[in-house]
Ligand binder design. Structure first.
Ligand code: ATP
Length: 306
């Protein structure tokens, strides 16, 4: 896996506030990287530094193999970005807005440009409404138009700041499907979010920012790997405890946690003792539990649900 975004000791100070406090990001080709943090934790500031829109106070940034901000002119054309909600001209159609954006892009004949715009409108599911004025678009459609703009250059990397902010559930699903689609097509995605559930559903790799510090960074599958225990659902937890003497570590209603990562073995012992088993699974921590353990603060710092 090659590095797509690497930062070393990245710091941004605003006066006495260290908004970003020495972070080492590690985003690799093929990741859908979820950059998770509560409001005000420093996500937008980080994204702005990655794209060369704000200068770091100290530290290093490598984007697609180039040192930022110096390599910006070389590497930024290979990056699609969407930060803080896309800005469009409401009286122009989606297609016209894209044509304006495209005018600053890679160029080509009138026919090539038209094809490029058709293609991205199709990709984001706006092919049918590209001619309507943007002021008639829903928030979800505007966000998808913003993504279409980010896709015009066929980027290797998409950098998105809170891409589902302000969208209704349908809009969120649409953006998620689109990002998964792009990822299947080979695009690496870096997105910031304050929504745990969103990151858990979409991302392969997670970084958690807490008051400017990166307190966690790993593959989602590693973070939520089985703990070595099995969860049993049963109407008779006391009988499970008696049968598996010493192996039960927790009981919560009908949910019993048993030491041992072999559900079949646990099931066989319980069934042979005549105990009803309604459900059986390896125990895994949720991302919420992992994040809470890493931040060590109250749940209001990162939203568990949209
Ligand atoms: P949100 O999701 O609310 O945008 P965030 O995680 O993106 O939050 P940032 O916008 O990066 O957080 O802000 C991090 C901290 O830096 C906040 O305390 C914010 O008030 C402060 N900050 C951001 N930009 C500036 C600025 N230009 N001048 C002074 N302080 C700033």
């Amino acid at each position: 896996m090659t590095a797509v975004i690497t930062t070393r000791g990245l710091v941004k100070r605003f006066g006495r506030l260290r908004a970003v406090d020495g972070i080492d990001l590690d985003v690799r080709t093929g990741d859908i990287y979820g950059f998770l943090g509560a409001n005000g934790s420093g996500k937008t500031t980080t994204v702005r530094m990655l794209l060369g829109l704000v200068l770091p106070t100290s530290g290093e940034i490598e984007l697609l193999g180039g040192r930022m901000p110096r390599a910006g002119r070389r590497v930024l054309p290979r990056v699609g970005a969407l930060i803080e909600g896309p800005a469009h001209y409401g009286h122009l159609s989606g297609r016209e807005n894209l044509a304006l954006l495209d005018a600053a892009g890679p160029g080509g004949s009138w026919r090539t440009r038209r094809r490029r715009i058709d293609e991205v409108l199709e990709q984001v599911g706006l092919a049918g409404v590209g001619r309507r004025p943007v002021k008639a678009y829903s928030l979800g459609m505007r966000q998808r138009l913003g993504l279409a703009g980010a896709l015009l250059r066929r980027p290797e990397l998409l950098v998105l700041d809170e891409p589902t902010n302000g969208l209704d559930p349908q809009g969120i699903t649409e953006v998620r499907e689109l990002l998964l689609d792009l990822h299947r097509g080979g695009t690496t995605v870096f997105l910031s979010s304050h929504l745990l559930a969103e990151v858990e559903q979409l991302c392969s790799r997670v970084g958690v920012l807490d008051r400017g510090r990166l307190v966690l960074q790993d593959e989602l599958a590693t973070l939520t790997a089985p703990t070595g225990a099995t969860v049993v659902h049963t109407p008779t937890p006391d009988r499970v405890r008696a049968t598996l003497d010493g192996r039960v570590t927790a009981v919560d209603g009908q949910r019993v946690v048993v030491l041992g990562a072999d559900p079949a073995e646990v099931n066989a012992r319980l069934v042979s003792a005549g105990i009803a088993v309604n459900g059986l699974a390896l125990e895994r921590p949720t991302l919420e539990e992992v994040v809470l353990a890493a931040t060590g603060t109250s749940t209001d710092r990162v939203d568990a649900r949209p």
